[in-house]
Design a protein. Structure first.
Length: 339
């Protein structure tokens, strides 16, 4: 099993980031490395330039994301952790795959349509070819499995289409150049909502800091934010169906369930009939106990720029070594002379 996945570097990491992609990566790392497989996890910094961005922020966010990933349990000794910009083979393979990807395929990508909006003429070419770089990211390493959120499924299908067409056009059936990767979409992809509005996703861009639990929040801040979290006046229901139409209650119970590893029904079996005055302190305690170790490690690591750069540097060296053979076979298959 070869697992490859990327994440765009964003700053201000919060509970939603942790319970979404990051925790999933840690779980994969533990399963895959004990089974003799290999995980490659990277910061998609090259993808980040497809949208307007501030260079100094991109650099800071890349390092901050490494600190968060390691604090949350991604182990640079067991997984290969790196950023794309230090592995030029990603960009090289993208160019080679540009000959195989079709305009029509990219035109159908919903992320392109959403992000370009009405102003396609003004969108960057990088935004349009973003999915080809993403295909290169995984095909470069002969990935067998790619953990992604539901929203990235279409990009993974495109990667398979590109791999298939390239193999058909330029390789023999006995010796295909690329492996067709399978997406792994976590079943209970935890959608963590704002603490102030149960219908909005928890987000770094929400102007209210009370809406989210940051990885930098200390225990008092976490308890305070949970205490002030929006709720309704009813006591908790005794089963999942009773959360219907109660987005804030559903969110808090959902967070408790994910962090404790219990089902929502099991949480409600414990707390059904109780008011939030009882539930919130329990949720706060649980959050503090799970996040305190991560918080401590994160705060320490994010200020150690030398350590973060060393992690990325070593990860990139390992990634390059794995990438080169596939890249060379791709050049050769295309008839590009490399002397
Ligand atoms: N596009 C992905 C996202 O926004 C990030 C990404 C880039 C990625 N390259 C990848 C994910 C390769 C999986 C595999 O979430």
């Amino acid at each position: 099993m070869r697992v490859v996945s990327g994440i765009q570097p964003t700053g201000n990491l919060h509970l939603g980031n942790y319970l979404g992609a990051i925790r999933n990566w840690v779980r994969m790392q533990d399963e895959v490395s004990s089974g003799g497989g290999q995980c490659l996890f990277f910061l998609a910094d090259l993808h980040a330039i497809s949208m307007p961005h501030v260079p100094a922020e991109l650099a800071a966010n890349t390092r901050e994301m490494v600190a968060a990933l390691v604090a949350c349990g991604v182990d640079p000794d067991r997984s290969i952790l790196f950023n794309q910009a230090q592995v030029p083979q990603h960009s090289e393979l993208q160019w080679l795959l540009n000959g195989t990807a079709r305009m029509g395929w990219l035109n159908r990508m919903t992320q392109w349509k959403d992000k370009a909006g009405k102003n396609r003429e003004g969108a960057s070419i990088a935004l349009f070819t973003y999915p080809v770089l993403q295909a290169a990211d995984v095909l470069l390493y002969q990935a067998t499995h790619v953990p992604v959120g539901e929203d990235q499924k279409q990009h993974l299908e495109l990667a398979r289409d590109i791999a298939q067409k390239f193999n058909n056009d330029f390789a023999s059936e006995q010796a295909p150049v690329f492996t067709l990767p399978d997406p792994i979409i976590p079943p209970e992809a935890a959608r963590i909502m704002s603490l102030r509005d149960g219908s909005a996703k928890m987000s770094k861009s929400d102007p209210s800091d009370m809406s989210r639990i940051n990885l930098t929040d200390d225990a008092d801040t976490i308890m305070q934010k949970v205490k002030k979290a929006k709720t309704d006046p009813e006591p908790l229901p005794s089963d999942k169906a009773g959360l219907e139409g109660r987005p804030e209650a559903a969110n808090l119970v959902g967070i408790y369930a994910v962090l404790s590893g219990m089902t929502v029904d099991a949480v409600l079996a414990d707390f059904g009939g109780e008011g939030f005055g009882k539930f919130k302190p329990a949720l706060g305690d649980l959050l503090v106990s799970k996040l305190a170790p991560i918080n401590a490690r994160f705060i320490e690591l994010r200020q150690d720029r030398a350590a973060l750069d060393a992690i990325l540097h070593q990860g990139a060296a390992k990634a390059r070594a794995l990438a080169v053979p596939t890249l060379e076979r791709t050049y050769e298959a295309l008839g590009l002379v490399r002397g």
